[in-house]
Design a protein around this ligand. Structure first.
Ligand code: NAG
Length: 171
């Protein structure tokens, strides 16, 4: 592109990074991210989201967390998608306390939507943390949100081994 006099913009970079992340080539994606940081073309929220998602999907949670906290340092505001992504990554690694903390921090600027509620509830259900799942289900329902199909499936799956699950969930 450059040799033909075209200069890549933030959208071309995002497409490139998305492709690299989908191929699992996170090292190359991070190298390009660094190049962007040192150029005029500063990474925006979309770029961060692509990389955080890619890093979580390959299990590189520490790198994903570093980028997540860097967003704040750079004065960028993560959106609900960024939060859901990092919460899914944390839950997958069993870091439920940290996931819960990140979820609670959302109340200071980017309110959780129904998707955020569902992903964190699913994390708690997958790790059989019924009290916290119960609390969040009731909280989301109070806010007018609904549990999604995956959350219901997880509750059904739990109920196959535990007749009292619905009573424990208090729903
Ligand atoms: C529920 O259990 C079935 C059978 O073990 C499994 O295939 C399915 O993936 C489980 N659902 C979820 C959402 O984990």
């Amino acid at each position: 592109m450059c040799s033909h006099g075209h200069h890549p913009n933030i959208i071309t970079f995002s497409i490139l990074l998305d492709g690299l992340c989908k191929e699992g080539d996170l090292d190359k994606a991070l190298t390009i991210f660094k190049v962007m940081e040192n150029s005029q073309l500063k990474p925006n929220c979309v770029v961060y989201n692509i990389l955080i998602d890619g890093l979580c999907k390959v299990g590189r949670l520490n790198d994903a967390k570093k980028l997540f906290y860097k967003l704040f340092e750079k004065g960028l505001q993560p959106n609900v998608y960024t939060y859901s992504t990092i919460i899914i990554g944390l839950c997958k690694k069993g870091l439920l306390d940290e996931a819960h903390q990140v979820f609670r921090e959302m109340e200071g600027g980017c309110l959780p939507n129904d998707c955020c509620y569902n992903v964190i509830i699913q994390g708690f259900l997958r790790h059989k943390d019924v009290p916290r799942a119960s609390q969040l289900i009731n909280e989301m329902v109070d806010k007018g949100f609904s549990v999604d199909a995956t959350t219901i499936e997880l509750i059904i799956n739990l109920s196959l081994n535990d007749d009292l699950i619905l009573r424990k969930l208090q729903i």
